[in-house]
Design a protein around this ligand. Structure first.
Ligand SMILES: CC(C)(COP(=O)(O)OP(=O)(O)OC[C@H]1O[C@@H](n2cnc3c(N)ncnc32)[C@H](O)[C@@H]1OP(=O)(O)O)[C@@H](O)C(=O)NCCC(=O)NCCS
Length: 286
């Protein structure tokens, strides 16, 4: 790694639309698959529910961070990037400290983020700030297929009590520590009864006799973001998700599950393959 030595101080300020050209230069290939950040930049600049910050050195943008305010006094941290030649000089630490201050001002009590199990630099950076691992998720992929839904139906608002009881007594609740993927965007939040009701009203919950699942419609596929209940019924739901994906003209289902032996066994029995290992969800009390 090239270590740039500069006497200029690192300054933190709000990100602007005009920063994108510089940001793009060091974020287009952050990960093996590229990076989503340049595509979000313009939206983040305008978003009133979030704070977009950049670190500059000698007027050049050398780092970025975005913190988003969710309901229930939760915040989500994302888009932490430092230009390669400025890494391990405390730039991310300054950005995280400033983002925390912003999240506190917005009234957040807890802040969470997702990072890869192999991203040791990120883990080191966040653990230093008191972030603790809450749960590790894994992604399984199943192909869409034709067929019928068998005993699976869309849940109604009258199913709220039954679904909530299934959740309260579930292994999923224990293994996720109640932190589940959110219905909108790539973020995680606490499952509350109000949020489950919101999913029910939105028609995103599907039921088998002793299980339920919550679906998230993403551009590139259909996500199962929560699967709760007895094994046989859960398998029926995973199968139904593939049928529903085909009905929605999607080619794939992506099941986001806590990384447990039970998840791997269910995925195998339902014909799903591991797609993405090791998504670590971290939380920090503000
Ligand atoms: C992760 C990342 C943001 C860290 O940025 P940074 O500016 O280098 O971080 P800092 O200099 O503030 O370092 C914070 C701590 O982590 C440690 N650290 C950072 N990178 C490290 C590495 N590659 N190896 C070991 N320790 C590392 C630092 O030593 C420091 O700990 P210390 O104070 O005990 O010395 C940067 O590596 C990056 O942009 N990576 C690519 C994008 C990414 O993975 N973002 C996070 C996605 S969730």
């Amino acid at each position: 790694m090239i270590r740039r030595v500069s006497a200029d101080p690192i300054l933190i300020r709000r990100g602007k639309a005009g920063d994108l050209a510089q940001v793009e230069k060091f974020t287009h290939n952050t990960f093996s698959w590229g990076d989503y950040l340049p595509g979000r930049w313009t939206r983040w600049v305008k978003d009133q529910r979030g704070i977009l910050l950049v670190a500059t050195c000698d007027s050049q943008v050398v780092g970025t961070i975005h913190v988003r305010n969710l309901e229930h006094r939760e915040a989500w941290l994302e888009g932490v990037r430092v230009r390669p030649d400025f890494r391990q000089r405390g730039v991310a630490s300054q950005l995280v400290a400033a983002a925390h201050a912003g999240a506190k001002e917005m009234g957040a009590r807890v802040i969470r983020l997702e990072t890869g199990a192999h991203n040791f630099a990120a883990q080191r950076t966040f653990e230093k700030f008191g972030y603790r691992r809450v749960v590790e998720y894994v992604g399984f992929e199943g192909n869409a297929r034709g067929g019928d839904l068998k005993q699976v139906r869309r849940a109604k608002i009258a199913d709220t009590k039954a679904c909530w009881e299934l959740w309260e007594h579930s292994q999923t609740r224990r293994s996720t520590k109640t932190v589940v993927p959110a219905v909108f965007g790539w973020r995680w939040w606490e499952l509350t009864r109000a949020r489950l009701e919101f999913d029910l009203r939105g028609g995103r919950v599907w039921r088998a006799p002793h299980a339920f699942m919550v679906l998230r419609d993403m551009d590139d596929g259909l996500d199962v973001i929560l699967l709760v209940g007895a094994k046989r019924d859960a398998l029926q739901l995973l199968d139904a998700a593939r049928v529903l994906a085909a009905q929605m003209t999607k080619t794939q289902v992506f099941w986001l599950a806590p990384k447990t032996l039970a998840s791997f066994r269910r995925a195998e029995a339902a014909g799903y393959a591991v797609d993405e290992q090791g998504m670590l969800i971290y939380a920090c009390t503000l």
